[in-house]
Design a protein around this ligand. Structure first.
Ligand SMILES: Cc1ncc(COP(=O)(O)O)c(C=O)c1O
Length: 400
């Protein structure tokens, strides 16, 4: 380990709260699909800031949009009308069936807003005593008190933070019968990731989806889809729910929206958006002109360059390369799960050693659920980089 790395670790430990299990890597520079440590060693970025840098690092058009906006109108608060926010809302609404947007600053905040909107709509518009939010095991919805309660995982995420808010219920993943049993007149919403990210790149099963759609036709609950990780072309469609033929009443997004500047959004139908009125929900920073201008450019580039199609095509090539590796290592690789450029390689054993060996070879990715190597590369990644990764994984598994 270099002296710069050792020094940063020491200073970090002396100054920053210990909430992160950081990777043993210091990063000083980034460009495109590459990260560089302080000594200039290059890494292939297959993580993109955890599905954030969809357009890669240091994109010139985004830099220009940010500087131009910062030099024209920076922060003014949501007390005023400003065009970048309106333009972004209009651009987002062109990509989906929703009618209205609320801007905020993160994924957790977007999900918190979605939960509040569902409850308030039920209470104020439907005059129904329906407050319960049903979520799935393995889900991840954020770290605020409501969203960590919604999160279907136990352990450090929840431990010691009680009492947790009431009105949340978690059911087993993809269990259609459990969903039927859980829905009641008290249900405000069912909230799902159509492909669980932290949960190990796990899509909703067809039977569960059918049950969900049928129940929606006959019961009064709302459907919230958490697209914080899956949104903005990641899975091969602009929004993942489009791939699964769902029309959520509310969906959320964040990570890739401003390519690294903090931004989240709640999107909803006109009907459900009536649940909010002036004073019922707000944020100081959400949808500020600078982040909105950058997000506008992100959406424009994604649509111009058809990054949804690109994610689908390059994702298929990646799965093809990885499947070859899986064929050569049937005892080590249980499955390859690909949804566009959201790819999970499930190992038959704890993956820390494999993950570390790949990092040492210059590949940055994530290990989730202890045994799933998760790839969330920039949507502009070249097939060649993914082929290099597959070959490195092959070598690492050979050396075990
Ligand atoms: C599906 C999903 N929802 C919500 C969140 C929380 O987002 P944030 O960290 O921006 O609050 C995440 C973050 O990983 C996520 O993957």
């Amino acid at each position: 380990m270099s002296s710069t790395y050792q020094e940063w670790v020491q200073r970090e430990q002396n100054s920053i709260m210990h909430t992160y299990g950081r990777y043993p890597l210091a990063v000083a520079k980034s460009a495109g699909c590459r990260l560089y440590d302080p000594e200039g060693r290059e890494y292939i970025d297959l993580l993109a800031g955890i599905a954030v840098n969809g357009l890669g690092h240091c994109n010139a058009r985004l830099q220009e949009a940010m500087l131009k906006q910062a030099a024209t109108l920076g922060h003014i608060s949501n007390l005023f009308y400003q065009e970048p926010q309106i333009l972004l809302a209009e651009a987002l609404l062109e990509t989906c069936h929703a009618d209205k947007v609320f801007f905020c600053n993160s994924g957790a905040e977007a999900n918190e807003g979605a939960i509040k909107l569902a409850r308030r709509y039920m209470h104020h518009i439907r005059h129904a005593d329906a407050h319960e939010i049903i979520t799935l095991e393995g889900s991840f919805h954020g770290r605020t008190l409501a969203t960590l309660t919604a999160t279907g995982q136990e352990g450090k995420i929840k431990d010691g933070f009680g009492p947790l808010p009431e009105g949340f219920r978690t059911i087993p993943f993809n269990d259609a019968q459990a969903l039927r049993d859980a829905i009641s007149p008290a249900t405000a919403a069912v909230m799902v990731e159509v492909v669980q990210g932290e949960g190990g790149v796990r899509p909703l099963a067809p039977e569960f989806l059918e049950t969900l759609k049928t129940l929606r036709e006959h019961q009064n609950f709302l459907l919230i889809v958490d697209e914080v990780q899956t949104g903005l072309c990641r899975t091969g469609r602009f929004w993942a729910h489009q791939k699964f033929n769902l029309r959520p009443d509310i969906f959320t997004t964040a990570k890739a929206l401003a390519n690294g500047l903090p931004m989240g959004a709640v999107l909803a139908s006109d009907e459900v958006a009536r649940g909010f009125e002036p004073g019922s929900h707000a944020t100081t920073f959400g949808g500020g002109p600078v982040v909105a201008a950058v997000a506008n450019e992100v959406v424009k580039i994604m649509r111009e360059e058809r990054l949804d199609e690109r994610a689908r095509e390059v994702g298929e090539l990646a799965v093809h390369h990885l499947s070859d590796v899986a064929d050569r290592h049937p005892d080590s690789i249980v499955s390859i799960r690909g949804q566009g450029l959201m790819i999970g390689v499930e190992l038959a054993f704890p993956g820390q050693e494999v993950w570390k060996a790949l990092l040492d070879r210059g590949f940055i990715l994530n290990l989730t659920q202890g045994n799933v190597l998760r790839l969330l590369p920039p949507l502009i990644i070249e097939e060649q980089d993914l082929a290099l990764f597959a070959s490195a994984l092959d070598d690492v598994l050979n050396a075990l």
